[in-house]
Design a protein around this ligand. Structure first.
Ligand code: UFG
Length: 327
């Protein structure tokens, strides 16, 4: 049995690859390398460069490698870009996912793991959010992912495709051994940006909005270490392989940090007091998104190993140092 990982050369997918390899599995990676990098993959893991919507290619891979499950990571992920290019996002994240799901079903696949996002909740009426909080996405990105959730639900009823939908909160950090991490240029995510400031890759950084109704006026997010998130995928795979029904689960620790708390952590861990500017609010930022975070533990027996902001930052900084040696 082999897992096909779309987007496996990307930030999160490559960490699932590492997790699977650590327990003796060799997944097959399908990635168009639009934002991924082959060097993030461990030796011996086959990388097929191609498109997840290339039906003939995916059918060939499923047949040739005895694929029993698909973990689908390949997607566009930048929320503001989805606002300026909604149709591009619906094409990559929704239309191509539809084709992949169709190919999977026609090829006899019964297990599917889908990378969804906290962005499906939009600006929710309750906080913390649980899996039953009503999704009300406010960006094309969130909508592009929610539509796939709906397709998968329908495909499950019609065709028996069992799916684990994993809704990621704010993913950060890097592999503790720095084998993989966030390598995509022009990053916009807070911890990556702050680590770039701390390592001199940028001169300064900005805090977007200091007048929110939060404990220090800046936005609060539930940051989850990418390796803990990867482990959730491996457990989700085990869950499906054990013949259990698919589920939708929030992937988060259940507590939040503010922008200023994150910046303080990066300064503390790096020992660098980089310049920080206070800027106006960024369009579309909800003041706070924190998950309840308990259901995934109960459902999958997930036990996070890196639920500590300083550790997340430490690993992110170590990966920035590795990236600097490759530049
Ligand atoms: N921020 C700054 N300065 C920066 C970068 C970010 O102040 O240079 C702030 C943002 O304004 C926001 C917080 O840091 O308040 C977190 O921003 P990120 O860009 O790191 O992450 P988001 O919360 O905007 O987005 C994340 C994921 C999305 C997902 C969304 C769901 O990256 O994929 O959570 O809420 F859709």
């Amino acid at each position: 049995m082999t897992v096909l990982i779309t987007g496996g050369a990307g930030y999160i997918g490559s960490h699932m690859v590492l997790d699977l390899v650590a327990r003796g599995e060799t997944p097959i990676v399908l990635d168009d390398l639009s934002t991924g990098f082959g060097w993030l993959l461990p030796d011996g893991v086959p990388l097929v460069i191609g498109d997840m919507a290339d039906t003939a290619l995916v059918q060939r891979l499923i047949a040739a490698h005895n694929i029993d499950a698909i973990a689908h990571f390949a997607a566009k992920i930048v929320v503001p870009d989805s606002v300026s290019d909604p149709l591009g996002y619906y094409e990559s994240n929704t239309s191509k996912a539809r084709t992949l799901i169709d190919t999977a079903i026609k090829s006899g696949i019964k297990r599917f793991i889908f990378s969804s996002t906290a962005a499906v909740y939009g600006e929710p009426d309750e906080m913390p959010v649980s899996e039953t909080t009503r999704p009300m996405p406010v960006s094309p990105y969130g909508r592009s992912k929610l539509m796939v959730e709906w397709m998968l639900e329908d495909a499950r009823h019609a065709h028996g495709l069992e799916t684990m939908v994993l809704r990621y909160f704010n993913v950060a950090g890097a592999d503790p051994m720095a084998r993989s991490g966030q390598a995509t240029p022009r990053a916009t995510h807070l911890i990556k940006v702050a680590c770039e400031a701390a390592t001199g890759k940028r001169d300064a950084m900005s805090v977007f909005g200091t007048d929110y109704a939060t404990r220090d006026g800046t936005c609060i997010r539930d940051y989850i270490h990418v390796s803990d998130l990867a482990a959730a995928h491996t457990l989700a795979l085990d869950h499906l392989r054990a013949g259990k029904p698919g589920m939708t689960l929030n992937c988060a620790y259940g507590h939040g940090a503010s922008v200023l708390e994150v910046i303080a952590a990066v300064k503390r861990v790096s020992g660098v007091d980089f310049p920080v500017h206070y800027a106006p609010r960024r369009a579309g930022d909800p003041p706070e998104i924190v998950a309840k975070g308990d259901q995934i533990k109960t459902a999958l027996g997930w036990a996070p190993r890196f639920d500590d902001l300083d550790v997340i930052v430490q690993h992110a900084l170590a990966f920035e140092a590795k990236l600097a040696t490759r530049a």
